[in-house]
Design a protein around this ligand. Structure first.
Ligand code: MG
Ligand code: MG
Length: 259
């Protein structure tokens, strides 16, 4: 049985979600050809700390940076590095915060300059699959309904769903029950109840669904070396709808950010 959050807890999770959402936009303002992924990390860490929060990924199971920056065939958990972003790349930023004892966690994949049509489609479909999942996250549904919605949408475009990683509940811990897979069957999985707070985070590959773990033990990469995209939002399960706590509005309403 997964305990729903109280409205007081949800208010604190919302504060975190807004900090994370704004941090993603700061990263988006910085993404450009010629910028290193280390610089994205620096901008994010500074912004998080300036807002009184702690970058929760730093040191989590030994993760070496404040945020994950995953370029091209890197699906998730990329290490910020001296890699210089170039025109046509994509970079996923995944960001976590700890603030007032609660966690925030969201992700966005940014194009670097102009990307090719296939990559553009991967970004659009992955983000849209997230919103399909969010639409399914209502009281009375189950986690399998979310996964089914994400999977059927993404696969209808010929893309594939990474199965080794999944979304999750969030609260005092960054990763709580229930697990929220991005594939599944309708009517299966954990029952969704009012006030449950979950992160839905499709990881979608342009090619096959196979992935491998890099030698650093963290970076998850596509087996066929084709691109992967990752978008994540935190939502509250409600009667008839899912209430978004984090948002992409700070990114998509800022005319200076290319998304
Ligand atoms: Mg995340
Ligand atoms: Mg997450």
């Amino acid at each position: 049985m997964v305990e729903p959050k109280t409205e007081e807890e949800i208010a604190l999770l919302r504060e975190n979600a807004i900090i994370v959402s704004k941090t993603l936009a700061e990263v988006g303002k910085t993404v450009a050809p010629g910028v290193t992924t280390k610089e994205l990390n620096r901008v994010a860490e500074t912004f998080i700390r300036d807002n009184g929060a702690i970058p929760s990924f730093l040191g989590f199971d030994g993760f070496p940076a404040a945020i994950c920056t995953s370029v091209n065939d890197c699906v998730v958990h990329g290490f910020p590095s001296d890699y210089v972003l170039k025109e046509g790349d994509i970079v996923s930023a995944d960001i976590g915060t700890l603030y007032k004892g609660y966690n925030g966690d969201s992700a966005y994949t940014f194009p670097v300059g102009e990307v090719d049509a296939e990559t553009r489609k991967l970004l659009d479909v992955t983000k849209a699959s997230l919103f399909k999942g969010i639409e399914a996250a209502v009281v009375g549904a189950r986690t399998g309904d979310i996964g089914y919605a994400v999977q059927t949408y993404a696969e209808s475009f010929g893309f594939s769903v990474v199965r080794e990683l999944e979304g999750h509940g969030i609260g005092r811990e960054m990763h709580e029950q229930p697990g929220v897979p991005n594939y599944g069957r309708r009517g299966k999985g954990t029952h969704l109840v009012n006030g449950m707070v979950i992160c839905i985070e499709p990881m979608i590959n342009a090619g096959g669904r196979g992935v491998y773990l890099a030698r650093n033990g963290w970076e998850v990469r596509t087996a066929d070396r084709r691109n992967a995209a990752h978008y994540e939002l935190t939502v509250v399960v409600r009667h008839g709808f899912a209430e978004q706590l984090s948002t992409f509005d700070f990114i998509e309403k800022d005319p200076t950010i290319k998304f």
